[in-house]
Design a binder for this molecule. Structure first.
Ligand SMILES: [Zn+2]
Length: 343
């Protein structure tokens, strides 16, 4: 049997999505109700499936097709590509889980999205690890910027996760978006430079550059869709279940990942001899090792913020019991959506 769906004024503020009026699941759903919700229509159904389908596809690419195509088991030059594929699969899986289980409780809601930010942060670090080896402009290889690129990317990645989590506490979405935007621009800067200037015959393989350019265009469109909440901003309530911006955000980012992958595979193949003549062969330590190190720190960051959520909600409950604070979100936020104050 399908669980009853709620309207926006019947869910807490943290659970509300801008311009989505109905189709909300109960914010006290059980584990089994969350699983069942993937197979019934609500405003998270396609958010879950769009990323889960991409997760299956990229995992298949990694473990089946590309594994044998590029001899992943014996060629260390493919380590950065493997780290990238593993992190794409990870972030898509974590995102699917977050979208499916975030309605179990207010606490679960925050923890799911802490995990989501952390997985995106690891994914963006893996892009830097891959770019560091395959796509740097010839004139930048072994430069000071190239030397500090990965250490700065690791710091950036940890800052992104931390700021993403902080933004949930202060309900400041712009902080989260800016942190990830800065990370993306820093990471993409060498590739962007190469695509624009093509110095020293650095665009010998036009197909690779084409895929890189597609990726940048798709990313720009993806960010625009995410930031503007198009199309639901034009007709609140009409795209609650199917066709809202978050679904397009998932689909477009999946296609952008595919273009990013193709561009890097072509660079890996056609620039291999040149790259190995000027830089050492990648090792497990400076590719997967860096990603694993960042993953461990990310898990620690999630642990710290989860502890803070636990404490905050415990305090709220104590105050509520003492009559100092009453949580009456249904009434206090009743008119927030109508007044455009929903974040
Ligand atoms: Zn999502």
């Amino acid at each position: 049997m399908c669980a009853k769906l709620l309207r926006v004024n019947h869910v807490p503020k943290d659970f509300r999505e801008p311009f989505i009026v109905s189709g909300y699941r109960s914010c006290r759903s059980s584990f089994s109700a969350c699983i069942r919700s993937a197979f019934s229509l609500n405003n998270e159904t396609f958010n879950f499936w769009t990323h889960f389908a991409s997760f299956v596809y990229f995992t298949w690419l990694f473990t089946q097709w590309l594994w044998y195509e590029f001899r992943f088991d014996v060629d260390p030059f493919t380590y950065p590509l493997q780290v990238y594929l593993a992190s794409v699969s990870l972030y898509m899986l974590v995102s699917s889980i977050a979208h499916l289980f975030n309605c179990m409780s207010e606490r679960a809601h925050h923890i799911c999205f802490f995990m989501d930010y952390s997985a995106i942060s690891i994914y963006s670090l893996s892009c830097c690890i891959m770019y560091n080896v395959y796509v740097f402009p010839k004139s930048w290889i072994n430069s000071t910027f190239h030397t500090v690129y990965i250490p700065c990317s690791v710091i950036n990645s940890l800052l992104c996760t931390s700021l993403g989590c902080v933004a949930r506490f202060v309900n400041w979405k712009a902080l989260r978006v800016s942190a990830f935007a800065v990370k993306y621009l820093f990471c993409s800067f060498p590739l962007l430079y190469r695509c624009i200037f093509c110095e020293d015959d650095d665009c010998q393989d036009p197909n690779a550059i084409q895929f890189h350019v597609y990726q940048f265009i798709l990313c720009a469109v993806t960010v625009a869709v995410y930031a503007t909440h198009f199309p639901e901003v034009l007709a609140p309530g009409k795209f609650d279940v199917f066709g809202h911006s978050h679904q397009f955000f998932h689909i477009l980012s999946g296609i952008a990942n595919y273009c990013q992958l193709q561009g890097n595979i072509l660079d890996m193949q056609y620039r291999r001899d040149y790259l190995l003549s000027v830089s050492p062969m990648p090792t497990f330590a400076n590719t997967a090792g860096v990603a694993l190190f960042a993953l461990i720190i990310n898990i620690a960051i999630i642990g710290i913020f989860t502890g803070m959520i636990w404490k905050k909600q415990h305090l709220r409950r104590v105050k509520s019991r003492q009559g100092i604070l009453t949580i009456d979100w249904e009434n206090s936020n009743n008119n927030a959506f109508k007044n455009g104050k929903v974040h």
